[in-house]
Design a protein around this ligand. Structure first.
Ligand SMILES: C[S@@+](CC[C@H](N)C(=O)[O-])C[C@H]1O[C@@H](n2cnc3c(N)ncnc32)[C@H](O)[C@@H]1O
Length: 323
């Protein structure tokens, strides 16, 4: 087993809430059910889900990260009910079609990076270590942060910091200017360069976090096209659910959670932008199972990385219903 497979672990967030919300999908089915964990990580949720499934049920686990996939394959060797698929969850429809599987009874999407990724310095996700400017979840393909910074102009970099880091325009402009003027070779150098600039623009309410946090978050979200992926899985994931199938999403920051909340609201009540148009068919196609769940204080004390997690769960209803 490679070091990245064995050493770096991840503690699943909101595990009992996820199992409580998704377990009924298997319980109430008379034939075999199909569960999908679209973000395997280190398999914390996957193990929990599998423990609730019967001998004929199946669990598909997906991840784009080769280390996560290697970890999943090791586990699946002992678990014939588990199928491992490498790919992006935004392409869930294609992945399931290629495997000849569907429709899905329950789908889990636990967003962001795992502790295994964050704590591995060679992946370049964290400002706590000296690592390469990489930040790719799939480190076998795509463009690294270093290579994007080599070709990015100040306008593009600044826009990323505004859009995904929620920095004000003036700070984003200054920080991107400093980043492009310096020759930065590691995460540590990047953090040291931008920390004093970012500290000046940090809001008072956020002084407890390291000021470089939103900058690293923004760059990671850009490199991995995280919001595009989320938009795709919210649409395609819901389409591949069977009637009364459930989709659970755990988000870790406001941009993601806003998207999830909005899409789920539209699924439950119909799209408000279409409400005034003279058309039929814009009706609710889902009911809410968990409107919003957050980790308890005990969970946050045991796992501080859970602190910003927000879980929302919907159930698909093919028959139109009025909300
Ligand atoms: C928060 S971790 C999941 C942890 C997991 N639930 C556990 O308990 O171990 C998120 C995982 O999703 C993967 N991931 C993020 N975005 C992805 C995407 N668009 N497609 C596939 N996997 C993705 C990451 O590589 C990471 O392993």
């Amino acid at each position: 087993m490679s070091q990245s497979r064995s050493v770096y672990e991840h503690r699943p967030v909101l595990l009992s809430e996820v199992l409580r919300a998704l377990h009924p999908c298997a319980e109430r089915r008379e034939s075999a059910s199909l569960y999908v964990d679209a973000t395997y990580g280190r398999g914390g949720h996957a193990r929990g889900l599998l423990s609730k499934l019967g001998p004929l049920d199946r669990l598909v686990v997906i991840d784009r990260d080769p280390d996560a996939i290697a970890h999943a394959h090791d586990w699946a060797q002992e678990e014939p009910r588990v199928l491992v698929l490498k790919g992006c969850f935004g392409d869930i429809r294609g992945l399931m079609r290629a495997a000849g599987l569907g429709p899905i009874d329950a789908l889990l999407v636990d967003l962001g990076v795992s502790s295994a990724q964050l704590d591995d310095p060679t992946r370049g996700f964290s400002f706590r270590f000296r690592g390469p400017l990489d930040m790719r979840m799939d480190n076998a393909s795509g463009e690294t942060l270093a290579s994007w910074l080599e070709r990015a102009d100040q306008q593009a970099l600044s826009q990323v910091l505004v859009e995904y880091g929620e920095l004000d325009r003036s700070s984003a402009w200054k920080i991107s200017q400093a980043m492009l003027a310096a020759s930065i070779a590691s995460t540590e150098e990047l953090a040291s360069l931008v920390r004093p600039l970012a500290a000046r623009s940090q809001r008072r309410s956020q002084t407890r976090r390291d000021p470089v946090t939103p900058i690293f978050q923004a760059l990671r979200m850009h490199i991995n096209r995280e919001l595009d992926e989320l938009g795709s899985v919210l649409d395609a994931g819901f389409e591949v659910l069977r009637e009364r199938g459930r989709m659970a999403v755990i988000a870790f920051h406001s941009l993601e959670d806003r998207m999830v909340k909005q899409r789920f609201r539209n699924l439950i009540s119909g799209d408000p932008r279409l409400a005034k148009l003279p058309m039929t068919g814009n009706v609710g196609r889902a009911v809410s199972v968990v409107r919003l769940a957050k980790p308890s204080t005990d969970e946050v004390a045991a796992n501080p990385r859970a602190r910003s997690a927000k879980l929302r769960v919907v159930e698909k209803r093919c028959e139109a219903h009025s909300s």
